[in-house]
Design a protein around this ligand. Structure first.
Ligand code: NDP
Length: 284
């Protein structure tokens, strides 16, 4: 039974559409632009930033890179963000997290113009999402929703159980599922009897960060399983938060790790940037 939700294929298809939209915008005189700001030398952040730059280039999006030394002050970073907020070529501003300890992350995220907040982390955009009129939606949960949509999963009236309540995944994906008329349960480290909660779910969304913590026999027969978790085990192997092999036997559809949610995150960043450029073009 092929019940795998192929994130790589869904992302590739969406990126083709993004590249086509970008070409059309360019033909009309608007080049979508994304500013990517990296402070310091964190190796994982460097990898993410270079993946984002490459993805922009492939889609034809202008990418404006700012690689700043670790000793950059908060004031210097805020001054750069102010400049980017004013820059007419820039439709999206992404500040790679985590920032060095001497910089207040919330202050920086709140300095980004909500109209260029392609990560969707600004409190204004969080509020728009919560009140049901989103402007920018955070990329990973938005990617999860696109995958469900493309896979033909209608959430109306479904029991969705989300494991994890972070600001970047758990909470926003809960709001997005609610907007699609699901009945939503959010679980976390203090939830009592997690297996029983998961067993009720028509759709399970796992965003915990613990290798294969959610066991296959917790999955209801025919449920849809979306595994956001990325956990390194040993030198090279990546696994999700769900025990994939046994969960796959019971699920009607399931995302693998790697090759599931992962490829969608950057794709949705490009998507948000192009949507922002479309708004700029129509305002001109
Ligand atoms: P956080 O560490 O911010 O949040 C983890 C959540 O899991 C918390 O709400 C925590 O509960 C909960 N949790 C921890 N242990 C348990 C437990 N034993 N039982 C139930 N709940 C538990 O993680 P993120 O949301 O940032 O990321 C989650 C996972 O998704 C990670 O593996 C991360 O690598 C991955 N990820 C993948 C992305 C992608 O592009 N594919 C993007 C972003 C994240 P509490 O709040 O009580 O502490």
């Amino acid at each position: 039974m092929n019940n795998i939700i192929d994130g790589k294929a869904i992302a590739a298809q969406l990126r083709e559409k993004i590249a086509a939209d970008t070409a059309e915008l360019k033909a009309q005189g608007t080049t979508p632009g994304l500013a990517v700001v990296l402070v310091g030398e964190d190796p994982a952040s460097r990898v993410y930033v270079s993946m984002k730059e490459k993805a922009c280039a492939q889609a034809g999006i202008f990418s404006d890179e700012h690689k700043l030394p670790a000793e950059t002050t908060e004031a210097q970073l805020l001054a750069l963000i102010d400049e980017l907020n004013q820059d007419q070529r820039i439709d999206g501003i992404l500040v790679q997290l985590p920032l060095p300890g001497h910089i207040d992350e919330n202050k920086v995220l709140e300095a980004i113009s909500p109209n260029k907040d392609v990560d969707g982390f600004h409190p204004y955009n969080v509020g728009r999402l919560a009140t049901g009129s989103p402007l920018f939606q955070p990329c990973t949960p938005y990617g999860v929703m696109k995958m469900l949509e493309v896979s033909g999963v209608d959430l109306t009236g479904k029991e969705v159980v989300i494991v994890g309540r972070s600001n970047i995944v758990g909470k926003p994906v809960a709001l997005m599922c609610l907007a699609k008329h699901a009945t939503v349960t959010i679980c976390h480290s203090r939830t009592k009897d997690l297996p029983e909660q998961v067993r009720r779910a028509d759709v399970v969304i796992a965003a915990v960060g613990r290798p294969e913590m959610i066991k296959g026999d917790w999955i209801k027969e025919g449920a849809v399983v979306i595994d956001v978790g990325v956990n390194r085990v040993g030198e090279k192997k990546l696994v999700g938060d769900v025990e994939f092999a046994s969960a796959k036997e019971r699920a009607s559809a399931i995302t693998p790790v790697p090759g599931g949610v992962g490829p969608m995150t950057i794709t949705m960043l490009l998507y948000n940037t192009v949507e922002s450029a479309k708004r700029r073009a129509s305002a001109q």
